[in-house]
Design a protein around this ligand. Structure first.
Ligand code: ZN
Length: 496
């Protein structure tokens, strides 16, 4: 009896960038003490002709999720908007990976955010048609702010027509990716792009930061997007993550199947409806890496962009738009892709945990004042900042005081991915990247739910928009360390 393990690797590190280089297939005896659940699942590579090929299988499919009924509600802003046309189409970009007995799905959706109850329905449908366990499906949002609303946040509601359309569409995308499973190989690399990520939270002179009386905060010292000319800003309150992770899948003959990328900045801005730079990036990679193969799928997943965006408040001359951001990130990704080497002997692992957290809610006094402020609106949508946060206080008071959120860790060969259902600060993402036992680990935010910002506790003390109590920032102030600890535990359980 033979067991075959392929676990050796060599990493080349140079200038903040390393590319997974090569793998030596090492034949080890069965006595090697290595977690057998992590090893590709008992494929017999010596099988004769006619036997199924062993190793990695990958299928990819991008399903159009542009709405078919208009107008449609668009969220992502302070106040509700609607759109009546598609400027650039929206997609759910799905990858199904299989190795041995393990099969997983990764789906990146052109949406601002999608809440757990919707995604759970899509996952259940996809699971039925593909046999992939619900816990082995990851669905994340790119966080484009110019997409139909499937989540009520700040001044916007979810659009019920769009939600009804989206749920089965996501399931279909995963099924079609599953239908395309084929023998494959993968590799990954890490590029760097410093041009399009800036920390947007600034420490302000006392008494000068924006605030509002229904935020649950007082004496804010932090302000988001203070403006270049604002003389009250002192310094940025965090750093940036400049990594551009690029995971590449191709068939065994070297024909590209798909690329999953990851970068940690907010949307660039686009007219509705548009997939923003995320969609434009995918188009560029499809055209320039696969030669325009319509079956090829590229996706740009959002890393940890809770406190970062494309705006540089130290440079009045900086100009950018979704096209320049997509172009520059595509250039970084294409350069990285050229250095990737591939392997087919890739094992897959995916683990999910639920974490119960408390919800921050207003006290009786605040609620009474909030309801009084909202009375004149007679149920119509809020039109001022104060009204938005008063309404959020009331809506949060109607929700359960505790919530279970979904956390996942994924391992594909020597690469790991940690997922949060939140908008995540850079320093939180870096904790995962530096403390993960798997050297190459990246984060995907707004995955498997829409549970809002999770500022680290020290940031809660400083106040500012991302800490203001709302459905998009409602988890307890200790959520961040609890989530990080749980994710590191999940990643630790995968260490070989
Ligand atoms: Zn956002």
């Amino acid at each position: 009896m033979q067991n075959k393990f392929f676990s050796q690797r060599k990493d080349r590190i140079s200038n903040h960038r390393f590319v997974f280089v090569s793998v030596i297939a090492v034949l080890l005896s069965v006595s090697v003490s290595i977690g057998s659940d992590w090893i590709g699942g008992g494929n017999d590579l010596s099988a004769g002709s006619g036997a199924p090929e062993s190793g990695l299988y990958v299928g990819a499919y991008a399903i159009n999720i542009s709405p078919i009924e208009f107008p449609v509600i668009v969220n992502g802003g302070m106040y509700e908007r609607t759109a009546d046309k598609v400027i650039e189409p929206l997609h759910a970009r799905c990858f199904v990976l299989k190795s041995g007995e393990k099969k997983i799905a990764i789906c990146v959706v052109d949406s601002c955010m999608v809440p757990r109850d919707i995604l759970d329905q899509s996952k259940a449908m996809a699971s039925k048609t593909t046999g992939i366990a619900v816990e082995d499906i990851m669905i994340s949002s790119t966080h484009t702010h110019s997409a139909p609303s499937s989540f009520g946040a700040l001044g916007s509601s979810a659009d019920p027509k769009y939600v009804r359309f989206l749920i089965p569409q996501l399931a279909k995308g995963i099924k079609f990716a599953n239908d395309r499973l084929q023998p494959a190989q993968m590799g990954f690399g890490i590029g760097e792009n410093k041009n399009n990520v800036f920390n947007r939270r600034w420490l302000m002179e006392p008494g000068t930061a924006a605030t509002n009386r229904f935020s649950g905060k007082v004496d804010d010292r932090a302000q988001m997007n203070p403006g270049v000319a604002n003389g009250n800003k002192i310094r940025q309150l965090g750093g940036v993550d400049t990594d551009v992770y690029v995971v590449s899948f191709q068939d065994r003959a070297g024909k590209p199947i798909g690329v999953l990328a990851n970068y940690s900045t907010h949307y660039a801005g686009a007219p509705s409806l548009s997939a923003d730079y995320f969609g434009l990036f995918a188009n560029l990679i499809q055209k320039e890496w696969s030669g325009g193969d319509t079956k090829f799928v590229a996706a740009m997943s959002n890393g940890t962009s809770g406190d970062t965006n494309c705006l540089d408040f130290t440079d009045a001359k900086r100009k950018f738009d979704r096209f320049t951001v997509a172009r520059e990130l595509a250039d970084t990704a294409l350069a990285t892709l050229k250095e990737i080497e591939y392997r087919s002997d890739v094992a897959i692992e995916m683990k999910q945990a639920e974490l119960e957290l408390s919800i921050r809610q207003a006290d009786e006094k605040e609620l009474t004042a909030a309801k009084k402020l909202l009375e004149p609106l007679k149920g119509s949508k809020p039109r001022t900042l104060e009204q938005v946060y008063a309404r959020e206080a009331v809506l949060l008071s109607q929700l359960p005081s505790k919530r279970k959120i979904v956390l996942q860790a994924i391992r594909i060969g020597d690469l790991a991915i940690a997922t949060f259902p939140n908008e995540v600060f850079t320093e939180t993402g870096k904790k995962i990247k530096t403390q993960s036992p798997i050297k190459a680990t990246f984060n995907i935010e707004l995955a498997n739910g829409a549970d809002g910002y999770i500022p680290p506790p020290a940031h809660h003390k400083l106040g500012g928009y991302t800490t203001w109590r709302a459905r998009s920032s409602c988890l307890e102030e200790d959520a961040e360390p609890k989530i990080v600890a749980r994710l590191l535990k999940l990643l630790g359980s995968m260490k070989d």
